[in-house]
Ligand binder design. Sequence first.
Ligand SMILES: Nc1ncnc2c1ncn2[C@@H]1O[C@H](COP(=O)(O)OP(=O)(O)OP(=O)(O)O)[C@@H](O)[C@H]1O
Length: 284
Amino acid sequence: MTAVIETEQLSKRYGRKTALSECTLRVPAGQIVGLVGPNGAGKSTLLSLTCGLIAPSEGRIEVLGAPPAGSAAQLARVGFVAQDAPVYAGLSVAEHLTLGARLNPSWDRALARRRIERLGLDPAQKAGRLSGGQRAQLALTVAAAKRGDLLILDEPVASLDPIARRAFMHDLLSFVDELGVSVVLSSHLLSDLSQVCDHLVVLAGGRVQVAGDVTELLSVHHRLRVDGGGLDGRLPATARVVHTERTVAGSTAIVRSTEPIPGAERADLEDVGLAYMMAMEAQR
Ligand SMILES: Nc1ncnc2c1ncn2[C@@H]1O[C@H](COP(=O)(O)OP(=O)(O)OP(=O)(O)O)[C@@H](O)[C@H]1O
């Protein structure tokens, strides 16, 4: 499968602060990729590198087979919505679409108008007066109507309530189906991403902790209760305990194993992502 993003030993430092370290990734085309990690994990740094807004300190990155933002043609192929869904507060919804049409040679007028209508946005409304959810939808519409090959969304639902988050994610799914575009979206919350993504990348402490196809990740991660005897003798030799969490009700381990584990349940995506993030925190 072709890659939309390929990185090798990619690192970014801001002064003495290392925000991203030795990141080697291959993000497949035609999928919705979830990038998850706690505050300060390096998500925005990775997405900004992908858009060519910042340059790597070390390593290599290719987006759609070329250096990010290396040419006007390359820029036109990538739609980016930065954190907090930036829009021009003084411009109306319709003026955003006019601006988008002037700036982008492959602008899809019909798609933009159709989406605005479907979302029930008033074209005359100033963007500064829209709700957070409506602003996020407007920013997504502008990025998508560029008709690029890759959409990058940095925490698109961070400011939305749970109902608006769900609606945004569902809308994104149907929209991706319609356009056949690849999407990378970041969030702190696995619950947002687990509804939509085919591929997951977990970042913590500036490093990729785990990355892969969601179905494959789920098939090799197991959740099991740890009783008084611990896990000794219960795991296949090739299994690896990712993280063990103690709660008042007892301890639960998330284990990576290609072989079945008697008495274990399938872990869900939230279990998997959290286990890798917490394992990283525990090492600090
Ligand atoms: N321009 C900058 N100058 C200095 N340090 C920075 C800069 N941008 C980010 N950092 C630092 O790099 C690290 C990674 O930041 P980044 O914004 O990429 O994380 P994030 O995962 O997007 O976090 P959040 O979820 O809080 O938005 C953080 O420690 C942050 O303080």
